[in-house]
Design a protein around this ligand. Structure first.
Ligand code: C2E
Ligand code: MG
Ligand code: MG
Length: 752
């Protein structure tokens, strides 16, 4: 029989039972055994319904288990009805509650099983406090039901003095109350989505009918002792329970992964309904029968509970609002108000598990040099920059996409339904949106960002996708300026290599794999060697000789730059002392050593340099520390270090001058002795904007020495000399040389 038919039939049976009972109550027409037939029919239908649901393949196992537990409940209540009907037919004069031993046994077992099934349901996680409140609420409901049971049933049994009736009544009431407790607990704890809530409510209603039904017996007994509320209550319960089973079977039940249940009302109305019911009962019982002064007390008591309830509910609503706000705080970043990592994962999971086949791209955006902005200009300016970036990203995406801040200067966008082409377009829009500089606190900050895109599909693993976007983002960082790259599998290898390389570099610094080359710095135009720059190399056991560009950035990111610089400084100072011993006057007057802005932030850096110079007996003015200017220096922390170094007598140079974005700020804030003109300007064709000339004028005006780097041709050397440069460095004069080659060079110049 179809689901619909079985439900219609169950409803019809209930209707027939009600009609039969009403007719017989008015005038006994139908033989009363007939009145029990709908119960028997209804129970058969119910058994079939439960059987179907317990075996429905579309339901997850915990759900089917619940209905498997309920199946014997249906069978037992069915048997109970048959036993009762049989007993009615065979008993001449049923009085009081008259529960047949058969029904008592079967129904008792059924209720115990039902309670077991309800309590076995997996619940959502509850804290201790929540559990306590649930028990309190369930007890409130139970107490209310007990009051009704007492008023309508138990007290009659007590009054009649019929001991067995009393026990039966008490036993039934206790069982019914236990069932009420189980149902209340289920409703209050909202089991984690394994049973259709509608179905649960219907079962709850059925249990309520079962608990309240027998209490109506005293109304029927005087009319005809053969009339029992069960005649209607049982088919009604079967109808409700069958409906619940059908509902469960039809529910589109797909367990959703990763999605947190939306926060619902933080309280249940159930206990308040119970309180209202008891108040109603109190009014109906006490008002008509009491003296006026007692009536006042009764009315006041009811009014008091009403006031307390209203007070409670408003407090709960307030709490709910507070929880929502906390929820927002827990899922949003407080600075930019963008969704945070948690909400991002939720959204990504949702996009990846949504029904149907679709593309989902993840774009990870990381600002380049943000740390330096933060360090140089302060956190307030850094915050303003982040807020501006958040707003721009948010404005350039589609409504169905999510921009989130993962933390620091890392943003991420979930591009729902975007294939690689669409993701590319989105990345272009982001690059466009970030093009204009941000005005923050009077500073004009250019934004450079690296965007890594991972292209995914329904069913992909969210964290893997994010990892891929991260790898692609790192690859994009290698491209100058703002750029985006899609993840490709070979990048993963590169990423793994990178991590590996970091570990190897550690060993290289401790072992003897690093060495220094020295490039002469010469005077113009006579090319006399006036100094040298120490340049580090890595003799890698498998990759061969590695240039600094392929490991210095890694060292800076990982902090390995600090021990690396210490190694370089010691080797360079030692070499200078060796040259001085060997060549005396002809040794380079000054040795330039590259250090990182990160070194300047190390407390005690200046002191360690002083100790080193002391150890090798090298006068401080023979060492120049070069700071790469493309990496801005934290003005506050570093300028103390720089000032300390200069007061020692050590000189400081700004390397690659003219390529960074805060050249002038740096000049202004940091004590400097030397500018090194970047090779881009040295090698610029004649007729281009004369940066070389301007830098020289600037150096002259500030009393700094200017050195032109990267001189490769005679032409360039001549032009620089004409502009006024007196020091230069480049392949034209010499490649970076080993200490021995450099020594030879010194000997030949000496000889010349
Ligand atoms: P830099 O300090 O500007 O060093 C000059 C770079 O230009 C060197 O590259 C040098 O070999 C190269 N060069 C010299 N003459 C010419 C030329 O005529 N034409 C061209 N195209 N290039 C020329 P190298 O040794 O590969 O170093 C690259 C960068 O790595 C350095 O730039 C410096 O920023 C960094 N670096 C090198 N050694 C160290 C070190 O010991 N510590 C730190 N922190 N950084 C270092
Ligand atoms: Mg340098
Ligand atoms: Mg340079």
């Amino acid at each position: 029989m179809g689901v619909l038919w079985s439900r219609l039939t169950a409803a019809l049976l209930t209707g027939l039972a009600l009609a039969g009972l009403t007719i017989d109550a008015i005038h006994p027409v139908l033989p009363w055994p007939v009145l029990w037939l709908p119960s028997v029919g209804g129970s058969t239908l119910l058994v079939a319904s439960f059987w179907r649901t317990a075996r429905a393949g579309n339901l997850p196992e915990p759900t089917r288990r619940f209905w498997r537990h309920l199946f014997p409940v249906a069978v037992l209540t069915g048997l109970g009805s048959i036993a009762q009907a049989y007993d009615m037919i065979t008993t001449a004069d049923p009085a009081g509650q008259h529960v047949s031993p058969g029904q008592m046994l079967f129904d008792g077992l059924a209720i115990i099983l039902l309670i077991y099934a309800l309590l076995r349901l997996p619940f959502g996680r509850q804290s201790g406090g929540e559990l306590f409140r649930i028990v309190l609420d369930a007890s409130t409901v139970m107490l209310a039901c007990a009051v009704f049971a007492w008023h309508f049933s138990t007290r009659y049994a007590l009054r009649d003095g019929d001991r067995s009736a009393l026990y039966i009544s008490l036993a039934l009431t206790t069982l019914a109350l236990l069932a009420v407790f189980a149902v209340a607990k289920v409703i209050l704890t909202r089991p984690a989505g394994f049973v259709d809530p509608g179905a649960l409510r219907l079962i709850g209603l059925g249990v309520l009918v079962g608990a309240v039904g027998p209490t109506l017996r005293p109304l029927l007994e005087p009319i005809d002792p053969h009339l029992f509320p069960d005649i209607v209550a049982m088919p009604l319960i079967f109808f409700l329970a069958g409906w619940a089973a059908d509902r469960q079977q039809a529910a589109d039940y797909t367990p959703r992964r990763g999605i947190r249940e939306r926060r619902r009302r933080s309280f249940s109305f159930l206990p308040y309904v119970a309180i209202a019911a008891v108040d109603g009962l109190l009014l109906s019982v006490a008002l008509p029968a009491s003296a006026p002064d007692r009536q006042v007390i009764v009315l006041s008591a009811v009014a008091l509970t009403a006031l307390v309830v209203v007070r409670q509910i408003t407090a709960f609503l307030d709490n709910g609002r507070l929880l929502n706000r906390l929820d927002h705080g827990a899922t949003h970043d407080s600075l930019t108000q963008l969704p945070n990592r948690t909400l991002f994962h939720e959204r990504l999971d949702k996009a990846l598990t949504a029904p149907g086949e679709r593309s989902v791209a993840v774009a990870l955006i990381d600002l380049d040099d943000f740390k330096e902005v933060n360090d140089t200009l302060g956190h307030e300016v850094g915050d303003l920059l982040l807020i501006a970036v958040a707003q721009r990203l948010n404005a350039c995406i589609r409504a169905e996409d999510t921009v989130a801040r993962l933390g620091g200067d890392e943003f991420v966008v979930v591009l729902d339904g975007a294939d690689p082409d669409a993701a590319d377009l989105a990345a272009q829009r982001m690059i466009e949106a970030l093009r204009a500089p941000v005005l923050a606190d009077g500073h004009e900050l250019p934004i450079r960002a690296s965007i890594g895109i991972a292209d995914g599909h329904s069913g992909d693993d969210a964290s893997l996708l994010l990892r891929h976007a991260d790898i692609a983002m790192y690859a994009a960082k290698a491209i100058a300026g703002t750029a985006s790259l899609h993840f490709t599998p070979d990048m993963a290898q590169a990423g793994a290599d990178h991590a590996h390389l970091g570990a190897e570099l550690r060993d290289a610094i401790d072992g003897d794999q690093l060495y220094l080359l020295y490039q002469p710095i010469v005077a113009l135009p006579d090319r006399r060697v006036i100094g040298a720059e120490a340049l580090v190399r890595w003799r890698h056991p498998t990759h061969g000789t590695m240039p600094p560009q392929s490991f210095i950035p890694l060292a800076e990111r990982t902090g390995l730059i600090v021990p690396l610089s210490n190694w370089v400084l010691r080797a360079a100072v030692r070499q200078l002392s060796l040259w001085t011993a060997a060549h005396g006057e002809d040794a380079p007057a000054v040795l330039n050593v590259n250090v990182s802005a990160r070194d300047l932030r190390e407390p005690g850096f200046a002191a360690s340099v002083a100790a080193l110079l002391d150890e090798y007996g090298v006068p401080p003015h023979r060492i120049t520390l070069e700071i790469t200017e493309s990496m801005p220096v934290d003005a506050r922390e570093s300028s103390t270090t720089l000032a300390a170094l200069r007061s020692l007598g050590v000189r400081v140079a700004l390397d690659d001058f003219g390529t960074g974005h805060s050249s002038l700020t740096m000049l202004h804030d940091c004590p400097i002795d030397q500018l090194k003109l970047d090779s881009t300007f040295t090698q610029a064709e004649a007729g281009r904007v004369p940066v070389a000339a301007t830098v020289l004028q600037l150096a002259d005006a500030l009393g700094l020495q200017a050195i032109a780097e990267g001189v490769e041709t005679l032409d360039q050397a001549d032009r620089l000399h004409e502009l006024g440069y007196r020091s230069a460095q480049g392949f034209l004069f010499a490649q970076p040389l080993s200490p021995e080659e450099f020594g030879d060079l010194l000997t030949t110049t000496q000889a010349a």
